[in-house]
Design a binder for this molecule. Structure first.
Ligand SMILES: Nc1nc2c(ncn2[C@@H]2O[C@H](COP(=O)(O)OP(=O)(O)OP(=O)(O)O)[C@@H](O)[C@H]2O)c(=O)[nH]1
Ligand SMILES: [Mg+2]
Length: 1062
């Protein structure tokens, strides 16, 4: 039975100082949901006995079935510490890599995090990611070291071994924190140096260098987890117990006759009790003494477990109970299962929920304590800093900091939309009947019965009375309801400032909303009737009315009338205004919050089709709902008309399909997974496939002639001549381009806006405009970022030899989509372009008008390469000449179409051909794969990896256990059903975590055939082995309906005779 009702929670909502918004984060299966169960049971929502078994926060059937969490969900809990009452909004998040975007949506709304670590497995990849996510969102964390029971029962460690093991796990966690901290401080230092250099030149002589690093000055005292500070809980969520060092200090201070404060300081660490002097001394390890933690804490714990769970000495249970001052019920005392006895005993002695909630309320900040740094981070994006925001927007900072509901502008952030069945909504639930209503019903039923009797006697048809007419109508309406049992969408939101009431009208600001663009427009108005689907591409604001507000209670929702700053709430009725994330505000000056960071890159795609073609509209509708309800999935309609969804991995894909089934309610056919590839070129190889050096005489030239790497193309009307050469980009440059996507996109956009205006206006006007109109100028931060980019690029290129030395000046465009890892370089002697060195200058060159067509040609070419129409990567196209003759006659334009189009297609063609004369290669997407396996099945794992073209990059023995942690790389294309295969081959002893890592060149030439004499010798003239690269390429080509060189029937005659003979 619930111990606290909704009205108490409502009351607490109004005092933000007493609210804690927290999320539980950890690696998969470390026990988050089990811990949440325990906390929920403290509120009586589920019974204590069921906690740990129910996994209440896993409300979806597939979550229960698979035993992993897939969506993050929130529950409001009540807790009291020393008469002070608190409202704790607890969010349970998934730990599987595929769902890491769900963790981002949870972390964004919180002020604190509980990091759970399985002490047997230690720090795992997702633990690291979760810590990083929390750190980058400026969220304070506390630590729960979970599954300590496994150390006793499974690993059978001695208390001393366990102590050493626990210190090691603590060290691992703190090492991650230290790394995060150091990288941030050093990053800050770098930007600071930039700033100083630009502002004032150093006065000192050049020989002087300041070696003191910012790292030494930075304060990191609050950063680390340490048991003596009370921010670490030792726990076993499944058995329902947990304690901090402070708990034991309180329990044992009297017994030991020591003050609690002193005991807190010495209980953890290298202290021991000197039995002669009765004093605590340092140096337990050195002197081979028992550390105090072992003596006071672990020994007792082990004692209880060994007696009850291992030796099953029932008679000793009452003795232990008495010692610990606990009363067990007779039912528990008589229980045959010793584990249950143990659980009830431990739950009373060291209640987990009390310990954890106490720690949450005392160690984690309230919404009121939101820091300046966090606020500024929320308000800014990567390429704009706080100073460059509009003054009106800057003003809002103090509202964020105040976290106040009185007369402040409303700011609400929606981090995701989740769907619930309409029947779950409180307004649709059947209401409990009052006593009068029940009496009325009884009376009606009695009348009906009598009437029936009468009818039987008269054997007449039942006349339609008023009442049963009513009921028929009700049934009809029920049918109608069933028909539109579309899911309802609830926004998962947090109020950062101001208050929100039902019926309020607010602005819904999309994630691309930029206040500075509209604040200076006079009479800017938002059309109140527009919905999300009516907006044009540059509009991001709609108006919406708040239809309903809810407190989130895990599987249930509770309706409320208003919500104030500091709370996590659900908002209904925004389906048509919010796609995935949004900001609600009463002012348009409110910025869109910075983008959510997620580690999982959507990479796995499948095409979908309704089993019955006529049901396409349902599928489209279902896909739309899926897109809205999942923060990570991408739903695309390809040019071929295929409906495609892109997901983070197999588990995510399965969940999406499950959802889609619910939304669309039709049978759907799902294609085999489609894996993306990239196309690239490499430096000509020096050795051939038979590992022999290629020299000029060796090659069988056959009918091949040496091809000139510089391609010359002409436009159809011969007016323009272009010379292009393709070259492989050095890896370092590709990596830099990949890293700077945001910046490059912003630069491209800026350049586009310059070009765009130049077409319409004449040049003088344009120049004036540029100087006056601020929007054409780049912000200070952008300029700095560009400078830093150029600096880095120059640094790299200086090491690469003379041909790359001027690359920064030569960049004309990046592609595809204006931000990719390919370059268009301008190496013409007479045409000027500026990409990074953009100035507000315009050229009188006649070619200038066609520049954007030229660049577009390159964009198209790099978007779809000649191998199998996949995007290119790491290719530089050097334009060595571009000439444009004067137009001779008017009619030329008519025959071949406008010149801009001709230039575009000529450039595209040129790029593709220049690409083709170089050695071409495919690039495969690679997963980094982290697997913890038992020693016994290590061999099987290696075999499975080998079969799938994976390679092991590292493996080490887990401390204190018999399992190995193996890191490997594996092509995404080969990864399907890998998890399943491993699970079956290793009887569930190995579970891989796959995360997209990078693109890797497949070394084999897709067009390879034996050419040198050695190769003829080795492979024979007509090689018919399997070429992996060609197989991939042909599969993609076949899927896209492109020509392949596969001969279906080679010798038709022969085959026929063969079959005849049979
Ligand atoms: N021995 C032991 N097992 C535990 C403990 N806590 C949780 N487990 C078990 O660990 C498994 C995973 O627990 P969950 O709570 O579902 O883990 P989770 O972190 O929520 O997992 P995801 O949501 O999938 O990331 C379950 O089988 C639990 O019974 C514990 O303290 N001791
Ligand atoms: Mg879970």
């Amino acid at each position: 039975m619930r111990l606290v009702d909704g009205s108490k929670l409502l009351e607490l909502q109004n005092t933000p100082v007493n609210i804690r918004n927290i999320c539980i984060v950890a690696h998969v299966d470390h026990g988050k949901t089990t811990l949440a169960d325990s906390l929920i049971s403290s509120n009586g929502i589920i019974s204590q006995r069921m906690s740990g078994k129910l996994r209440y926060m896993d409300s979806r059937p597939d979550e229960q079935e698979r035993g992993i969490t897939m969506k993050s969900s929130s529950i409001a809990l009540y807790h009291a510490v020393q008469k002070q009452e608190y409202l704790v909004n607890l969010i349970d998040s998934p730990g599987h890599v595929d769902f890491s975007s769900e963790v981002s949506t949870a972390v964004r709304l919180c002020d604190g995090a509980i990091v759970v670590v399985d002490v047997v497995e230690g720090v795992c990849p997702q633990t690291r990611l979760a810590l990083k996510q929390a750190y980058s969102e400026n969220i304070q964390a506390v630590l729960v070291l979970n599954k300590i029971d496994r150390l006793i029962l499974e690993m059978q460690m001695t208390p001393l071994d366990a102590y050493v093991h626990l210190t090691q796990v603590m060290e691992q966690v703190n090492a991650v924190m230290g790394e995060l901290f150091a990288s941030q401080v050093l990053g800050n230092e770098e930007t600071k140096i930039d700033k100083q250099e630009t502002k004032e030149k150093p006065k000192e002589d050049n020989n002087f260098y300041d070696w003191t690093s910012a790292l030494e000055d930075a304060d990191d005292s609050n950063l680390y987890f340490s048991p003596e500070q009370g921010n670490v809980v030792f726990a076993s969520a499944i058995d329902g117990w947990g304690f901090t060092v402070h708990t034991f200090a309180r329990l044992f201070s009297e017994k030991l006759g020591v003050k609690e404060e002193i005991l807190r300081k010495v209980l953890w660490g290298d202290f021991y009790l000197n039995s002669k002097t009765k004093r605590f001394m340092k140096g337990a390890q050195e002197k081979a003494k028992k550390p105090l933690f072992v003596q006071v804490v672990l020994d007792n714990l082990w004692n209880v477990y060994e007696t009850i769970a291992m030796r099953n000495e029932k008679e000793k249970v009452p003795v232990i109970c008495e010692k610990l001052g606990i009363k067990l019920t007779t039912r528990d005392l008589r229980h045959t299962d010793s584990r249950i006895q143990l659980q009830s005993l431990m739950m009373q002695w060291l209640p987990l929920s009390q310990t954890v909630l106490n720690m949450v309320c005392t160690k984690l900040p309230s919404p009121k304590e939101i820091g300046l740094e966090k606020v500024e981070k929320l308000m800014c994006t990567k390429i704009c800093d706080f100073q460059s925001l509009h003054p009106q927007t800057q003003e809002l900072r103090k509202d964020f900091l105040a976290c106040d509901s009185s007369e402040r502008p409303l700011i609400v952030y929606i981090s995701k939309m989740f769907s619930v069945d309409k029947s779950v909504l409180p307004e649709n639930k059947p209401k409990a009947l009052t006593a009068e209503e029940m009496a009325l019903r009884r009376e009606r039923a009695r009348q009906m019965r009598e009437q029936m009797k009468l009818n039987e006697v008269n054997s007449q048809a039942i006349p339609m009375t008023e009442e049963n007419k009513d009921e028929n109508a009700q049934e009809n309406s029920n049918d109608a309801e069933k028909e539109d049992n579309q899911p309802a969408f609830i926004a998962f939101a947090r109020v950062f400032s101001g208050g929100l009431k039902k019926g309020d009208k607010v602005y819904v600001l999309g994630p691309k909303h930029d206040p500075s663009r509209i604040l200076d427009i006079k009479d800017f108005r938002v059309d109140p009737n527009k919905k999300l689907k009516d907006l044009k591409s540059d509009e991001h604001i709609t108006c919406a009315e708040i239809k309903s507000l809810y407190i989130l209670m895990g599987r249930e929702l509770e309706e409320i009338d208003e919500a104030v700053a500091g709370n996590i709430i659900g908002i209904g009725g925004l389906d048509e205004h919010v796609l995935k994330t949004a900001t609600l505000s009463t002012t348009t000056a409110c910025p869109a919050f910075s983008e959510l960071q997620s580690a999982a890159v959507p990479i796995l795609r499948v095409a979908l089709e309704p089993a019955n073609p006529s049901q396409l509209p349902q599928l489209v509708k279902g896909l739309k709902l899926l897109n809205q309800s999942d923060s990570c999935v991408q739903v695309l309609l390809q040019e071929t008309g295929e409906h495609v969804i892109v997901t983070a991995g197999e588990v995510h894909l399965e969940r999406c399909l499950e959802d889609l089934k619910n939304y669309a309610k039709i049978p759907i056919t799902v294609s085999e997974p489609i894996v993306p590839f990239r196309e690239t070129i490499i430096e000509p190889p020096k050795i051939d496939m038979a590992n022999e050096e290629i020299d000029s005489q060796n090659i069988d030239k056959g009918n091949e002639t040496e091809v000139d790497p510089v391609l010359t193309v002409l436009t159809n009307n011969k007016q323009s001549r272009i010379k292009i050469r393709a070259r492989p980009l050095p890896n370092e440059i590709t990596a830099l381009l990949d890293k700077s996507t945001d910046l490059l996109k912003a630069v491209s956009q800026h350049i586009k806006s310059l070009h765009g205006s130049s077409k319409n206006e004449n040049i003088e006007n344009k120049l004036d405009n540029l100087n006056i109109n601020g929007t054409h100028e780049l912000s200070d931060r952008m300029l700095k970022l560009i400078e830093a980019f150029i600096e880095e690029l120059k640094n790299i290129s200086s090491k690469l030899g003379p041909e790359w030395s001027n690359v920064a000046e030569q960049i004309w465009s990046v592609g595809p989509r204006n931000c990719g890892p390919n370059l268009l370089l301008n190496q013409t002697p007479d045409y000027d372009t500026k990409f990074l060195y953009h100035k507000n200058e315009l050229k009188e060159d006649p070619r200038f008008e066609y520049e954007s067509s030229f660049v577009n040609g390159f964009q198209l070419a790099s978007l779809a390469g000649p191998l199998c129409e996949e995007p290119m990567m790491g290719v530089a196209f050097c334009v060595e000449e571009w000439s444009l003759d004067k137009i001779e006659g008017e009619d030329v334009g008519h025959t071949f179409g406008p010149l801009s189009g001709q230039i575009m297609s000529a450039v595209k063609d040129g790029c593709r051909k220049a690409f083709q004369v170089q050695p071409q290669r495919l690039m495969a997407a690679m997963y980094s794969c982290d697997i913890v396996v038992d020693q016994k099945v290590l061999g099987k794992l290696y075999a499975a990896l080998g079969r799938r073209g994976g390679r092991v990059v590292g493996s080490d023995l887990q401390t204190g256990s018999a399992s190995f942690r193996v890191q490997a790389m594996m092509p995404v294309a080969e990864s399907f059903k890998f998890a399943l295969e491993l699970r079956t081959h290793t009887s569930g002893l190995a579970a891989p975590q796959l995360l997209f890592s990078h693109w890797e060149v497949i070394e084999i030439d897709p067009f390879w055939r034996p050419r040198t004499e050695e190769e003829y010798l080795q492979w024979g003239e007509k090689w018919d082995g399997v070429n992996r690269a060609k197989a991939y390429m042909d599969a993609v080509r076949a899927r896209k309906g492109l020509a392949t060189d596969k001969h279906l029937v080679q010798h038709a005659e022969k085959q026929r005779t063969l079959s005849k003979k049979k």
